[in-house]
Design a binder for this molecule. Sequence first.
Ligand code: SF4
Ligand code: SF4
Length: 440
Amino acid sequence: MNETLHIETFSGRSQKLQACIHCGLCLEACPTYLETGEEMSSPRGRIYLMKALEEGRIEATDEAFIAHQDSCLVCRSCETACPSGVQFGILMEQTREIITNTAKPNWLHRFIYTKLLGSPKLVRALQYPLGIASKSRFARLCEKTFQLKTPLLLSKEGVGGWLSPLISSLQLLPDNIPFPKERPLIYPTGTKKRGSVGLLIGCIGDLFTSHINDATIKVLNQLGYDVHTIPKISCCGALASHSGFGEQARELGLNVIAALESSPVDYYISNIAGCGAMLKDYSKLFEGTPNYERALNVRKKIRDISEFLLEFDKDNILQMNLALPEKTLIGYQAPCHLYHGQQIKDAPLELLQLIRNAEVFPFEENDICCGSAGMYNIEHPVMGEALLERKMTIIEKQEPDIIATANAGCLMQLAKGVRETKSNAKILHVIEILAEAIES
Ligand code: SF4
Ligand code: SF4
């Protein structure tokens, strides 16, 4: 594909780049800048390089250019900090798409983003070998192996190019992943019906953390909602989009939009911050295309679970008089794609505060990425680990009984941190704490 033509297909990219006034107010909000102190690993530095590409002063194949764009977490913390409203997330995703279309990606990336994530059957099939790996504690062996930090495991070249991501991904596996279960199309409420919602069960999310979906269904059913699981839905395209596979992301996005349009529900619910942000941002992905209006319609009906419950069910939850069995200190770590991507900052905290015996607080720096960031901790294990260590140092200081978060990837990354620090804290999704309080 012609690189210049391709840039022109990104509606309004030049204006989006020009919005940056180089003030530097985003620097201290950027995790990779905080770790490295390097200007080119900051939002301002990366935008400077994007402008250089736009103006033809640098090639998309330039190794240093690729490395600095590649090391970004796409956490969008810089968007929250920016006084000029720079839309950094979409600029970065477009930049990566230009790189992917110019410098050929390796076979593993091509397979994951163009084949695996587009096939729910292939994703489901993975659950058998991964289930065996997690039940046999092979995953924990990988964790110990990775801690050796041998040059081969840290290398992106040769054998390291596939061995490093393989070991990095296996070490994140939770213990005892259940074998696949077919979900029914509808979970009817057992109480007086108040509405119907469609739950995005996720692709990889339902593979590794199906307990989050179980808890979400339980709470919604209890509140009077029929929960539809939406047939024929594929991956939402978030992982492909973050990694520069824009064509695949748009293809996956269109599948999801079609599946949602045919689902007879009042709202679509997401409990995975990255997927929710992606669905809300389809309008950016399809800007300037005939599917823009369809994307905007999805935007009107999609809610994160915490946002939905606070908007429609706060009084009902209060009437349920939820309580935990004993006083419990709950620290909250915000997923970047909820806090920055969707600008939902307080809803999970407010929801937890409705539970008796829950003492809820946000962790210091809870708006800074834990190093998970989609596939980042697999592709960039060294930076992913450095950010996790920073996070766990703060968490340990605040001694929570429960670490609460609202995204499957963060949950798995923090679970790794808890294993490494031998902390006694439990890690739960906010909705799981609510479900637990219903049971108590
Ligand atoms: S991205 Fe925003 S905050 Fe950062 S340098 Fe540019 S204008 Fe300033
Ligand atoms: S998205 Fe996150 S890692 Fe990337 S430049 Fe912005 S703050 Fe830094």
